[in-house]
Design a protein around this ligand. Structure first.
Ligand code: DON
Length: 302
């Protein structure tokens, strides 16, 4: 497995230089686009890593899975009164559908849906930024995980689109807390920094029937785990979810920091990172790595 990961990274290295790092968040625009790392953690505890797998990066929308887990843990099924679990077919930051559909986001992984989840968690936790950071520290088994204040502040300064979505949802009665406070929580979640090795630990519960591999902590029920994996498979890569299902065939979640997490249910959590993005905001080289991995091992949930 180790040799396979290294040979796949060598194979895709010529693609480095294609795509663009996220520039709509200025603090992310000067990240070196030539970085590339991968980690894989088996449910038997075997960890494999190659390239820049220990380098922390901005997890961005990968955090939306952790926020969803928080909301499921305290709200159960009731959260689906506020949003759906259908793919959107639209860009992650699109506004158009939200007005047609009366302020009810299609799913928890587009920005509008993640903002509703952040609003739900804001009602529940006295200190939502710290609660989320602590959950991620526990799941990754890394007490050093922090949210990058410079990135969070940069996102807040350039919040117009996310603020527009949140205020639109408020106008439809689907936002309960102060919009600016929820935006700050949401940006701090997105600005958490973690490495591929941290994130394979952090996502081990989704490969392991809802139990965290290193602590055996019960995070979700087996049924809830299947449901979160299903939403990742249908909506984790936004308007590219179909392409990801076709090319990789695994539940996955991407972020504009260039990370993509994927799950082989019952077997592995995987994280690949390379900062330059394709037109849908997903890591260009990360997609190529996961495609080769799934093809060479013959993995697909389909
Ligand atoms: O709100 C945003 O736009 C970012 N903080 C997160 C977007 C993101 O990661 C979408 N992923 N591909």
């Amino acid at each position: 497995m180790q040799a396979l990961l290294e040979s796949i990274l060598d194979d895709v290295r010529p693609l480095l230089g294609q795509g663009h790092v996220a520039s709509y968040i200025p603090a992310l625009s000067d990240v070196d686009p030539y970085q590339l790392g991968i980690a894989m953690l088996g449910t038997d505890g075997a960890l494999y890593q190659a390239g820049d797998a220990d380098t922390p990066f901005s997890i961005q929308s990968i955090s939306k899975v952790f926020s969803l887990v928080q909301a499921i843990s305290h709200g159960g099924e009731s959260l689906w009164e506020r949003l759906g679990h259908e793919p959107s077919g639209q860009a992650f930051n699109s506004l158009v559908q939200l007005e047609f559909e009366k302020g009810r986001p299609r799913n928890p992984f587009i920005n509008a849906g993640a903002l509703v989840i952040a609003d739900i968690n804001q009602s529940r936790y006295a200190a939502p930024i710290l609660s989320m950071r602590d959950l991620v520290r526990r799941l990754t088994d890394n007490a050093q995980i922090i949210s990058d204040r410079v990135v969070a502040e940069s996102e807040y300064q350039h919040r117009a689109r996310n603020a527009a979505m949140a205020y639109l949802m408020q106008s439809f009665g689907n936002f309960h807390n102060d919009v600016e406070a929820v935006l700050k929580s949401y940006f701090h979640h997105c600005a958490l920094t973690a490495s591929c090795v941290d994130l394979v630990r952090g996502f081990s519960f989704l490969a392991n029937g809802g139990r965290c591999l290193h602590s055996d902590e019960h995070i979700l029920t087996p049924r809830q785990t299947q449901q979160v994996n299903a939403i990742m498979a249908t909506s984790g890569l936004y308007d590219e979810a179909g392409n990801f299902a076709y090319r990789v065939g695994l539940p996955g979640k991407s972020g504009v920091g260039g990370g993509i997490v994927a799950v082989v249910p019952g077997r592995y959590s995987i994280c690949v990172w390379s900062p330059a993005l394709n037109a849908s905001g997903n890591s260009l080289v990360g997609m190529a790595v996961l495609e080769r991995l799934s093809e060479q091992i013959g993995w697909s949930v389909f």
